[in-house]
Design a protein around this ligand. Structure first.
Ligand code: UGA
Length: 607
């Protein structure tokens, strides 16, 4: 028993002694990998890069050919180089029969897919077929061999399915003639090579000593903790790991939805606040449009299905799935809040892959969001730096495909950030203002700084608290009366993190009294002769300003041009004319602006 909370092997654990021939076999075991998908290819190249001889096998000949010629059949950062190098060094080979793979290796890893059945339960067809061919090959082998399941399988599968099939097909007995192990993977797409090289821990699930020793030998080059458990515990650890991570993300997404109801509250600050507690930890607390990918949904469904079959419910996992199901609605609702009905609106969706740095759209939240937008009657244009080809197979001609982010948002009425690609992080508010018909952005991945965006365009973000004083359509400047002699002219920018108002433009002291200054400006602007008192009647009410004497004056230049120069010249308050804003800023359907305009028109009609 080593340090670090290792779990002792249970009573099922047997000690099997190998033949003298095997005992002297001291060099690294040779490995065969069955299934050259995403996990199999990363492990094949990864083990080979650790100077272990690896043989890859797959029923897909195309994959075998690619790998044999030094090309990775899947895309993963750093993998191509690794594959090329290992094939070149003769450490990574492929064979076209299962028999060759088993007979020329000491340990076989099963890395085939475990998809879902329609009821959410795990579909074991690839596991059973692979177990059968391994068993048939083992029949011809005289030496002990270790069969290790790396695929994600429901507890009990290795013992009840894999073991039985291998025994039946080989005529041999587990833990005597061959060993069994479970060795779950925790690779994230997009950083799988890195995760392989520097794992947090390695879980070795075994019921016999010899299999344990063999797996520990394979992983001897890794410095992290190797946690040894029995087989069914290792099987469960993989599911619980994914379930916990998904629950963590859903938890913060649930809180994000609450933050949206609290003025000036931001889920990012909340996540930081709790993440600093070591018991919680800061990882996987990025709130967003929802989680996706090929594993979590499948694994959570398989786990709940397994629990149900055992007479249990897993309410926290049900809630995890439920919260994730809500996130696409939240995104669409935020878009609706910014521009009203989405019917016949042009909506740009930036990001389709389930996360950045992959073209994978399996269970991507973008699919649900796009379909909802289409149901709302929107005309949808999509862009993704990597996933467009996959998207075409999913959406067909129901959406427009853009070749760049700028093309995607061109003439759009609203843009939704769905995947946090670096390419999108460099977009500036000015880009949206310049290209869009209505500059309105829903940040579903919190890649933009709210202050920078909300002062220049209509902006909403997941988990960004509502600001009851903030109306994106009237992202304007304000004049705040400090006393009766001076006025402070501030940019009316809402700072959701720490307060109500920011003062990026500094302030201007007017020599005139407030009444005089404003009277003059309004007279100049409207050509009407007015009495100073009227100014305050006009300005102090419409936006329910938090500051008693605050007045709001729209800078159309600020909103349109996306920037407010801090020169005195530019800071001069300007009263907008009723016709100007709607036509120039396309606020035509905005109820609040309409109301405001109406009140303005009515006011000026008064005697
Ligand atoms: C996940 C696990 O992280 C791996 O450990 C596991 O091996 C793998 O599933 C698997 O079972 O094969 P992966 O699906 O590649 O890996 O993706 P993650 O990086 O875990 O992200 C999953 C989803 O959660 C993505 O849509 C991501 O955008 C989202 N996410 C993640 C958030 O919304 N917020 C976060 O803070 C983290």
């Amino acid at each position: 028993m080593k340090k670090g909370g290792k779990i002792a092997l249970d009573q099922n654990m047997l000690t099997a002694k190998g033949s003298p021939e095997e005992e002297t076999h001291l060099k690294m075991p040779r490995i065969s990998i069955f299934g050259l998908g995403y996990v199999g290819t990363v492990y094949a190249a990864g083990f080979a890069s650790k100077n272990i001889e690896v043989i890859g096998f797959d029923i897909d000949e195309k994959k075998l050919k690619l790998l044999a010629s030094g090309i990775s059949p899947i895309y993963e950062p750093g993998l191509s180089e690794l594959v090329k190098d290992c094939v070149h060094r003769d450490l990574l080979k492929t064979v076209s029969t299962a028999e060759d793979a088993v007979l020329n290796s000491d340990v076989t890893f099963i890395t085939v897919g475990t998809p879902s059945n329609s009821d959410g339960s795990i579909d074991l067809k690839y596991i059973t077929e692979t177990s059968r061919v391994i068993g048939e090959a083992l029949k011809k082998k005289n030496r002990w061999h270790l069969v290790t399941v790396k695929s994600t399988v429901i507890p009990g599968t290795t013992e009840k399915v894999v073991k039985k099939i291998v025994e039946a097909a080989s005529g041999k007995i587990a833990y005597k003639h061959f060993g069994l192990g479970v060795n779950p993977e925790f690779l994230r797409e997009g950083s799988a090579v890195e995760d392989f090289m520097t794992p947090d821990r390695i879980v070795i699930g075994v019921n016999d000593e010899k299999s344990k020793v063999e797996l520990e030998r394979i992983y001897s080059g890794f410095s992290c903790l190797k946690l040894v458990t029995n087989i069914s515990t290792a099987e469960l650890i993989k599911y619980v790991n994914n379930a916990f991570l998904a629950a963590k993300v859903s938890f913060i997404n649930m809180i994000a939805n609450l933050c949206q109801k609290i003025p000036n509250c931001d889920v990012m600050a909340v996540a930081e606040g709790i993440g600093l507690d070591k018991r919680i930890g800061k990882h996987f607390l990025r709130a967003g449009a929802g989680w996706g990918g090929s594993c979590w949904l499948k694994d959570l469904n398989a786990l709940t299905n397994f629990a149900r079959k055992n007479g249990l419910t897993l309410p926290l996992i049900d809630a995890t799935l439920q919260v994730n199901g809500m996130q696409p609605f939240v995104m669409v609702e935020l878009a609706r809040q910014l521009i009203g009905s989405l019917n016949n609106r042009r909506v740009a969706v930036l990001g389709l892959a389930f996360k950045p740095n992959t073209d994978d759209m399996r269970e991507a939240i973008s699919i649900k969001i796009v379909n909802m937008l289409l149901n709302e009657g929107a005309e949808v244009t999509v862009y993704d730096p990597a996933a467009i080809n996959n998207a075409k197979e999913i959406f067909g001609d129901s959406v427009n495909y853009a070749s760049s982010a700028n093309n995607c948002i061109r003439n759009a009425d609203c843009a939704l950030i769905v995947t946090e690609w670096d390419e999108f992080k460099s977009l500036k508010p000015e880009d949206f203002v310049r290209h869009m018909r209505i500059p309105a952005v829903v940040d579903g991945r919190r890649i933009f700084i709210p202050q920078a965006f909300s002062s220049k365009l209509r902006f909403a973000a997941i988990g960004l608290g509502a600001n009851e004083y903030f109306n994106p359509a009237l992202a304007v400047n304000a004049i705040i009366v400090s006393d009766r002699k001076k006025i402070l002219l501030v940019k009316r920018t809402i700072v959701p993190f720490n307060g109500l108002w920011s003062l990026p433009g500094g302030f201007v002291e007017y020599d005139e009294t407030v009444e005089e200054a404003l009277t003059r400006e309004v007279e100049e602007e409207t050509g009407l002769k007015i009495r100073p008192k009227q100014i305050f009647d006009v300005f102090s009410h419409p936006l329910r300003s938090p500051i008693k004497h605050a007045v709001t004056i729209c800078y159309s230049a600020d909103v349109l041009g996306g920037s407010l120069k801090s020169s005195n010249e530019n800071l001069k308050a300007r009263f907008f004319s009723a016709n100007e804003i709607p036509s120039r800023l396309a606020f035509d359907h905005h109820e609040i602006v309409e109301k405001y305009m109406k009140s303005q028109r009515e006011y000026w009609k008064r005697p």
